[in-house]
Design a binder for this molecule. Structure first.
Ligand SMILES: [Zn+2]
Length: 222
């Protein structure tokens, strides 16, 4: 190390104080801590419900999920090519117990739902196999906070299906996997913000759309 000196008015040389350099290092270290810590904190912010958030009634707005819990084609290199002749089917045989549209807020220990239900609920018993509604590629399979255990499938042309509240440990597919219409992807559960066992099916074409008309146009009556 070089020890710098500086002259005083009487000509004697004294060492240059090193404190300023230490202070600069200290502030650099603080900056590093901020740069590393802040994104980590942002990444752990709790995820709201089943459509929870600030959406106004009547607005089909996605909940504020983290990108990894909400993976779409764009985020996962999608470009799945869907066969126009491939079938579309019901994910479960049970009837719809809660339609797409405005809905009272549902809360449990995990959180609360939104005032707008952006999917359809099927009242299936826990353990019922959930079938992929059409061929596609899995873009997410894991826990999505208040949406519970969840699978997302990219069907190409920007169409995705999302299956929520599956049973813990029942996810039967992994990201990147190709599925057919009818592939058992998970089992019905009651994870996340729920009042009981059911499947929440959402269809997203950039924004959530009503699965009823979407599937009706493809020969499936819910
Ligand atoms: Zn639902």
């Amino acid at each position: 190390m070089i020890h710098l000196t500086m002259p005083l008015r009487d000509g004697t040389q004294i060492p240059v104080p090193r404190a300023p350099r230490r202070r600069r290092l200290g502030s650099l270290r603080s900056l590093l801590v901020i740069v590393i810590a802040v994104p980590a904190l942002v990444g752990t912010v709790a995820v709201p419900a089943h459509g929870a958030g600030t959406a106004l009634p009547g607005a089909a707005v996605a909940a504020s999920e983290s990108p990894s819990q909400n993976a779409g084609p764009a985020g996962r290199g999608g470009n799945y090519m869907h066969d126009a002749n491939a079938p579309w089917i019901r994910p479960v045989t049970a009837k719809v117990t809660s339609p797409y549209g405005p809905r009272r807020v549902i809360c449990n220990t995990v959180g609360c739902s939104n005032t707008f239900h952006d999917g359809v609920d099927f009242g299936s018993a826990c353990g019922t196999p959930i079938k992929a509604i059409s061929p596609g590629r899995v873009t997410f399979a894991g826990n999505a906070g208040s949406f519970g255990e969840r699978v997302i499938i990219d069907h190409g042309s920007g169409v995705e299906s999302l299956y929520g509240h599956a049973q813990t440990g029942s996810l039967n597919v992994s990201v990147g996997q190709l599925v057919k219409a009818g592939t058992a992807i998970a089992k019905v559960g009651a994870t996340g913000v729920v009042t009981g066992c059911h499947l929440d099916l959402k269809i997203r074409i950039s924004v959530f759309v009503n699965p009823g008309p979407f599937l009706a146009a493809r020969g499936v009556t819910l």
